[in-house]
Design a protein around this ligand. Structure first.
Ligand code: SF4
Length: 182
């Protein structure tokens, strides 16, 4: 007999199964690692066979792929892009620069730890990560989606003041962004 709990479980399974096989990616090519995206998406590695394909605008995208270092000037624009995306949405930090600053660890105008500003679901390490690593990163994200554990967007809502506060430390109130409209 199927009770409410079981039907919810089945619905979640189907929903997550569909989501994991339909990942539309907005690649925000901020750093040198962006050069690995074309081979990942084209015939040699053919990410589309795994359900991963490019999206034209933030509103059509499920995944924001940040491909490398972010300058302090770019940061607020990347955040604005993320906030324009619809739920469900995910963030992948691509390359060492997004994890700890990478080779720009002591630069005065790049940010060092991406998940102080955006809720990163998966990091892909390397400088720069090869297409095999990128596919592995998408595989990890698909696994998290299937298990219902890719919950960065919820974290962003819950801890919004934390993320905004970190942004203000970088750019101050001079560039106040529009309110995040859930
Ligand atoms: S991790 Fe390496 S390849 Fe990627 S943006 Fe930084 S320096 Fe460039």
């Amino acid at each position: 007999m199927i009770n409410d709990k079981n039907s919810q479980k089945i619905a979640d399974f189907i929903k997550n199964w569909a989501r994991k096989h339909s990942i539309w990616v907005l690649a925000y090519g901020t750093g040198c690692g962006a050069i690995e995206i074309p081979p990942t998406m084209t015939s040699r590695y053919d990410a589309e066979r795994l359900g991963v394909r490019g999206a034209a605008t933030p509103r059509q995208a499920d995944v924001l792929l940040i491909t490398g270092y972010l300058t302090t000037k770019t940061l607020k624009r990347v955040i604005r892009v993320y906030e324009q995306m619809q739920d469900p949405k995910y963030v992948i930090g691509f390359g060492s620069c997004t994890i700890n600053g990478g080779m720009y660890y002591d630069s005065y105008n790049t940010i060092k730890v991406l998940d102080k500003y955006l809720p990163v679901d998966v990091y892909i390490n390397g400088c720069m990560p090869r297409p095999e690593a990128v596919l592995a990163g998408f595989g990890k994200l698909q696994q998290l989606i299937a298990e219902g554990k890719a919950n960065g967007a919820q974290k962003y809502k819950d801890d919004h003041e934390y993320y905004r506060g970190n942004l203000r430390k970088i750019i101050g109130n001079k560039y106040e962004m529009p309110l995040y409209n859930w």
